[in-house]
Design a protein around this ligand. Structure first.
Ligand code: GLU
Length: 429
């Protein structure tokens, strides 16, 4: 079933203010004031092209049948095929997928990748399912959305609750249905079936690269920088470990089980990431443990929220003591918190730039798949560095030219590119 989300287009939607969609729309409206883009184009960008809703029945291991709901929201493809992750989480909804898809459109445009934005997922707690059940769910979901995805149409990738194994099943299901091996239909696959080296660590690595550049821009020394990382999944752990390796002092890390703190710096490689052992951060032997939420109040130089969306709100933004916030998760800062940070002079380096290493290495993976040629990890790291630095330079130039926040500057870069592409292509028919 395909339907249009009527609520996605107007600002009077029945969404709580802190939802991904409401936040994304608010950010679009704010940034639109600073770009020279036709108002009609901005109106179009407030709506997704389409949202596909599917029913996904599977047989559980005990023989019973359970039915799930899945979505694929495709926001915009003026610059290339739709691109974005697949999320397995109980909070997945059509509206959330649209908000997250919008962020993918801007993210790909900031990075100047030839992709548009999409996001999707299944309303499910993946930890309730066995591995075989997750595989059946993934294969059936792929079958249900096969007509709206494809290597030149819409290319899914991992997101919350999914990973390389999920992408391997999606690639296999799609290929079996089409009768040929089509690795470029998804990215984030295991390297042995066409995945890219360095893809899994890429979002965290880009967070570390942007943090390093930002500190240098502010004339700070990485060696004298303290960092707190909220969430120790793929993004948080990889960002923490890269920053630690490059000389920063990562003093705190958290997951849902709690937080650990060491003023002398944690051994980030010794703390189990979520993939290594879920919610085991506090099993690390640290001088101090804290409640997860207390991590936000630590007096550190850099705070990296790297878990889920909407965690920095107008309820806790005043308690944040960090000098700089670098967004590792998608949408961790609500509109209210963003305003408080702007008033307090705390720069927020936005997700669409900071964690864009994931989709950037997805782009490299897609190129490798099309060319049937594997790149080395060194090449992936070199090219990622080049792409991140050039996007950083462009955002920094806009930031310096206009009196904007970092988020607004990143949006201006993205919207300008998308607006120009829409103008050059014109309106069909
Ligand atoms: N899910 C990731 C993100 O939010 C990656 C998307 C992709 O690689 O397509 O950026």
């Amino acid at each position: 079933m395909v339907f249009e989300t009527t609520s996605a287009g107007d600002d009077g939607i029945d969404e709580p203010d802190d939802s991904a969609l409401a936040t994304a729309l608010h950010q679009l409206n704010t940034a639109a004031e600073y770009v020279d883009v036709d108002e009609g184009v901005i109106e179009r960008l407030k709506r997704p092209t389409r949202v596909t809703q599917v029913t996904v029945p599977i047989e559980r291991d005990d023989g019973t049948i359970e039915t799930y709901t899945g979505y694929r929201a495709q926001h915009d493809d003026v610059r290339g095929p739709y691109k974005g992750g697949i999320r397995y989480h109980p909070d997945v909804s059509a509206e959330e997928s649209v908000g997250l898809a919008m962020w993918m459109t801007w993210k790909c445009a900031v990075m100047d990748l030839p992709f548009g934005g999409a996001k999707g997922g299944i309303v499910v707690d993946p930890y309730d399912l066995s591995k075989r059940e997750t595989e059946r769910l993934t294969r059936r979901f792929t079958e249900e959305i096969r007509d709206v995805i494809g290597p030149t149409v819409d290319i899914p990738a991992p997101d919350m609750g999914t990973g390389p194994e999920t992408m391997g099943w999606m690639m296999d299901a799609y290929s079996m249905l089409r009768g040929e091996t089509i690795p470029g239909v998804v990215t984030g696959k295991p390297p042995v079936i066409g995945g890219s080296e360095g893809r899994e660590g890429a979002p965290g690595r880009s967070v570390a690269i942007i943090t390093r550049e930002f500190l240098e821009y502010q004339g700070r020394d990485l060696d004298d920088t303290t960092v707190a990382v909220q969430g120790y999944g793929s993004v948080g752990a990889n960002a923490a470990r890269a920053l630690d390796d490059w000389g920063a002092n990562v003093v705190a890390a958290s997951d849902m089980g709690g937080a650990v703190y060491d003023a002398d710096g944690l051994d980030t490689h010794a703390i189990p990431s979520y993939d290594e052992e879920p919610n085991a951060v506090t099993s690390y032997d640290a001088p101090r443990t804290l409640d997860s939420d207390a991590l936000f109040e630590l007096d550190v130089d850099v705070l990296i929220p790297a878990a889920i969306g909407g965690v920095l709100t107008d309820d806790n933004a005043d308690d944040v003591e960090a000098d700089i916030i670098v967004e590792g998760a998608n949408g961790p800062t609500t509109t209210g918190a963003d305003e408080i940070f702007a008033e307090r002079g705390i720069p927020v380096v936005p997700d669409i730039l900071a964690n864009a290493g994931g989709v950037t290495v997805s782009y490299f993976e897609w190129l490798q798949d099309i060319n049937r040629r594997q790149w080395t990890l060194d090449r992936v790291h070199d090219e990622l560095e080049t792409h991140m630095l050039s996007a950083w330079d462009e955002v920094r130039e806009v930031y310096e030219d206009k009196d904007l926040t970092w988020r607004e500057a990143a949006y201006v870069v993205a919207l300008q590119r998308i607006g120009e592409a829409k103008t050059m292509r014109g309106l069909w028919p």
